[in-house]
Write a protein that binds this ligand. Structure first.
Ligand code: NAD
Length: 368
């Protein structure tokens, strides 16, 4: 993108809203997380982030691979009693070092492990998508409520300085009245054998994975709940990657204010973009929701300025997310992205699939 003018603006909001510094008394210990699923996200992204946390620490690992679990536990100084398999996971109830179970498994396993964790008396952080159906999301919320445990979804963008600043700009009228949001997220899925392409494990294709970012962006940039959805799908079913799940899905959301959002996800192109247009300007992020290296511009009166938010108190979005939930557990407040937030998304996801299948607009506000 060519910039008419490159103004670097720093903003103080950063992570302050979402992960405000937590006061810690002398007796407080960082809360212990058990990571369930030592795959590319749980092991490769989340576990290293405990080094950046103030109020959270790694306390246990749960894996189907005993040798890997033992190696990871040894690397992080965990005792053998803090290693679990999927079969003996329920023993975690007897481990006082574990306060929170973090579910980093394939999507269709989220509900089972969230419910088992809650029944074992643990609070739960669950990765996105929350589950593969509305019914599962409701069962997860009910299980956590019955056990009086908290539930948070791993929506890390709510702790990421660029997305937080974009939300603040949208809310404070930097682009005027919000009229339109556009968001596309995708990557090229090359290997047909991956679980993300198997419906029984993924629950769906690109929508269940990258589409969640586009949907979330539409909701947090407008600050509204959609009242109608119209979707269509484009998938080459002869492609061995897409025999079970969708490739491209495109959907439009209508909001009560009259704003509309045009969203896409795909497994056949690399996309990572959010654009908000108002009646007085625009806010654009590209890349928008990466682990790092995001960029943002504000456009007004034909001029564009690059925005560089100041870092917040948390060292990274992941540490902000982990410490926020630790704070919620400690203080009793609800997570800013609780199970209810995941359920709201899943209701819309089901409507997107149904709209694409039936080829018609669906109302989400109960009107016909
Ligand atoms: P992955 O394939 O790298 O890891 C999955 C883990 O689950 C592995 O340890 C695997 O051994 C284990 N597993 C247990 N039973 C399995 C089964 N039957 N089939 C396949 N694996 C099984 O996947 P990932 O990329 O780590 O994704 C895990 C979850 O994290 C997904 O829900 C995904 O959407 C989410 N995720 C979130 C982000 C984010 O930025 N928030 C990023 C990546 C992944």
């Amino acid at each position: 993108m060519t910039l008419a003018r490159r103004d670097l603006i720093t903003s103080a909001i950063g992570l302050a809203v979402a992960s405000k510094a937590i006061g810690r008394g002398p007796g407080d210990r960082p809360l212990g997380y058990a990571i369930v699923g030592l795959g590319s996200y749980g092991l490769g992204v989340i576990i290293p982030q405990f080094a950046n946390c103030t109020h959270s620490r790694l306390a246990a690992v749960v894996s189907g691979d005993p040798a890997k679990a033992k190696r990871v536990a040894a690397e992080h100084g965990l005792p053998n009693r803090s290693i679990y398999s999927y079969a003996d996971f329920d023993r975690i109830r007897d481990n006082p070092d574990v306060d929170i179970v973090y579910v980093c498994l394939p999507n269709s396993m989220h509900a089972e492990y969230t419910i088992r964790a809650a029944r074992a008396g643990k609070h739960v952080m669950c990765e996105k998508p929350m589950a593969v159906s509305v019914a599962e999301c409701e069962a997860m919320i009910a299980a956590c409520r019955a056990a009086n445990r908290k539930l948070m979804i791993g929506y890390r963008c709510h702790f990421e300085p660029y997305n937080l600043e974009a939300m603040r700009l949208a809310r404070t009228g930097a682009a005027g009245k919000v009229r339109y949001v556009r968001s596309e997220h995708g990557f090229v899925q090359r290997d047909p054998s991956r679980w993300r392409l198997k419906r029984a494990l993924s629950g769906g294709g690109s929508l269940m994975d990258m589409g969640i970012y586009s949907l979330q962006a539409a909701r947090y940039m407008t600050g509204e709940e959609p009242i109608a959805v119209t979707a269509r799908e484009s998938t080459d079913r002869r492609d061995p990657r897409f025999t079970e799940v969708e490739d491209i899905i495109d959907w439009t959301l209508e909001f009560p204010s009259g704003a509309i959002a045009s969203c896409q996800s795909m497994y056949s192109a690399n996309q990572n973009h959010i654009l908000l247009m108002g009646d007085a300007g625009r806010v654009e992020l590209e890349p928008a929701t990466r682990y790092d290296g995001n960029h943002m511009w504000v456009g007004k009166d034909g001029r564009e300025r690059e925005i560089m938010p100041a870092p917040g108190p948390a060292k990274t979005q992941f540490a902000g997310q982990l410490d926020h939930f630790a704070d919620c557990v400690r203080t009793g407040r609800e997570a800013i992205v609780s199970g209810d937030e995941g359920l709201r998304d899943m209701r819309i996801v089901e409507a997107i699939y149904r709209s694409a299948r039936e080829g018609r607009t669906l109302r989400l506000d109960g009107r016909s």
